[in-house]
Design a protein around this ligand. Structure first.
Ligand SMILES: [Zn+2]
Length: 68
């Protein structure tokens, strides 16, 4: 059974259109970005653009691949 996804205080989960995903990079990841190499984020964080709450994150490789 899939677990219920975390939601922000508005009740939005990571798939809501008001929720943005932002890659979180390691220090080495930032460095490779600076020199123009595409780095894969270490984790992806989800934050709500309505309330500004960061309520979820994932390190799922399949999800990270979509954000590189
Ligand atoms: Zn919200």
């Amino acid at each position: 059974m899939p677990q219920a996804l975390p939601t922000c205080r508005c009740g939005h989960d990571r798939h809501h259109h008001m929720v943005s995903a932002k890659g979180r990079y390691s220090t080495m990841g930032w460095f490779t970005l600076l020199i123009g190499v595409t780095a894969r984020p270490r984790a992806v964080e989800y934050w709500c653009r309505r309330c500004g709450e960061r309520f979820d994150s994932t390190a799922d490789p399949d999800v990270l691949a979509k954000h590189c």
